[in-house]
Design a protein. Structure first.
Length: 205
């Protein structure tokens, strides 16, 4: 029996993660990958609670994101999934950035990491990352146009911190990384992804 695995799409907010997965859904499904998309409406109560007192409740909402991602992936009955979000990346980019910005303390950051490792250990292993990277001025313009309440605190300094920590996460990744820009032709990254999946399949024969 072939082993289960997951592939995560990673990048700063508004970097094109959902666009990549949605535009290529049929092709990705040809690779026998179930496409899982994040829906912030599922977290509307938690986000609303956080927005009432953001700085005091950041730890709470980060833990809620971890649990949401875990449930979303674990409830899939498919052997292989690709998500338009990243459970691992969320910690090493978002939570680390919020710690550096003073929104959570060191103890809270460590608790979140412990939670992450516990949840990740119970999921199909991460086998590849799709890394969406775009210029920060493009990202900031997209964030402004989206007008989401949860993103009203986003500044250029915050985006720069996210990008820095995101690149550090990718640099230290121990799984294959396929880099894309949301404005690029997806033919090459899809071919790279196909090679990665084929190698996974061959390794199990």
């Amino acid at each position: 029996m072939k082993s289960k695995f997951r592939i995560e799409t990673f990048g700063v907010l508004a970097s094109g993660k959902s666009t990549f997965v949605s535009r290529n859904k049929m092709l990705l499904e040809n690779f026998e990958l179930e496409c899982l998309s994040e829906n912030l409406q599922d977290l509307s109560n938690e986000i609303g609670f956080w927005l009432e007192n953001p700085k005091r409740r950041t730890f709470f909402v980060q833990a809620a994101f971890y649990m949401y991602s875990y449930r979303h992936i674990s409830q899939s009955g498919s052997r292989a999934v690709i998500t338009d979000y990243s459970l691992m990346g969320h910690h090493y980019m978002y939570s680390t950035t919020l710690y550096e910005a003073g929104w959570i303390d060191h103890t809270e950051l460590q608790l979140l990491k412990d939670l992450l490792l516990h949840l990740d250990n119970d999921l199909p292993p991460l086998k590849a990352i799709i890394y969406c990277e775009n210029p920060l001025d493009v990202i900031r313009d997209r964030v402004g146009k989206r007008g989401r309440d949860v993103e009203e605190f986003v500044t250029l300094d915050y985006l720069e911190l996210l990008a820095k920590n995101g690149k550090e996460y990718i640099k230290n990744s121990n799984v294959p990384v396929v880099s894309i820009s949301s404005t690029s032709d997806f033919t090459k990254p899809l071919a790279e992804l196909n090679e990665i999946i084929s190698a996974l399949e061959i390794g199990e024969q």
